[in-house]
Design a protein around this ligand. Structure first.
Ligand SMILES: Nc1nc2c(ncn2[C@@H]2O[C@H](COP(=O)(O)OP(=O)(O)O)[C@@H](O)[C@H]2O)c(=O)[nH]1
Ligand SMILES: [Mg+2]
Length: 213
């Protein structure tokens, strides 16, 4: 193990909140993980935390309906990971979907300590309209985001390169540059250092508001 290796110490589930106002105090940097259901979000959170079942993995789409806060510590600094209600659920009523999206969007635009939205994308799929639209929405609202490509173990090395090239080409039709992006596999623990390193390097940008000091 090299000294530069990043890890998560003492990962702990804090609480589930039904809306922004119920979230824990914004007293540390926070990263929201979002993506379509089944993208591998729970598996990635467990992989980052180094735990088997911190975030429940499930094959039932649309199960995560709350803002789930996890307390993490990396390189001696505390941060929050938020498992966010997914985008693009198929199996719930339109009304429920709209209400979750409203909750997510309110949280994403108003949470003071949110450093970066980690947008998860399945490496095996063509660029999805709903993902591209969501990225456009984040940009319009001035929100920083990074892309985490998931399940890369399902691709050969060759296919990884062509997938990335293709995704980048599609993104550059819409954007001046690719956002920060990471290629990961929860199964193989690929990309863990890259994602945790990004978080560790972004954490110091957070400033605690005076009323919380
Ligand atoms: N091969 C592979 N399968 C994965 C990976 N991550 C998740 N999966 C599988 O994808 C499915 C959905 O994973 P889950 O973490 O529950 O996705 P979520 O709905 O986004 O939270 C499960 O069957 C997982 O075993 C990965 O890195 N590699
Ligand atoms: Mg999940």
């Amino acid at each position: 193990m090299s000294v530069e290796e990043y890890s998560v110490e003492d990962p702990e589930f804090v609480k589930s909140s039904a809306k922004l106002q119920e979230c824990p105090q914004a007293d540390r940097p926070e990263y929201a993980f979002i993506g379509r259901s089944n993208v591998g979000k729970s598996s990635l959170i467990n992989m980052l935390a180094g735990r088997k079942a911190l975030a429940k993995t499930s094959s039932t789409p649309g199960k995560t309906q709350l803002l789930n806060h996890f307390a993490m510590t990396t390189a001696g600094k505390p941060w929050y990971l938020v498992d966010l209600p997914g985008i693009g659920y198929a199996k719930v009523s339109k009304k429920d979907r709209r209400s979750w999206e409203r909750t997510s969007r309110e949280y994403l635009t108003k949470r003071e300590n949110l450093m970066c939205i980690m947008m998860l994308i399945d490496s095996r799929l063509e660029p999805q309209k709903i993902d591209l639209e969501f990225m456009a929405w984040m940009a319009e609202n001035g929100l920083s985001f990074a892309i985490i490509f998931t399940k890369v173990d399902k691709l050969t090395l060759e296919d990884r390169a062509s997938f990335l090239a293709k995704y980048e080409k599609r993104m550059l039709k819409q954007w001046a540059a690719m956002p920060p992006h990471f290629v990961t596999s929860a199964e193989k623990k690929d990309g863990r250092q890259d994602v945790l390193g990004f978080i560790a390097q972004t954490n110091p940008i957070y400033r605690k508001p005076p009323e919380l000091i």
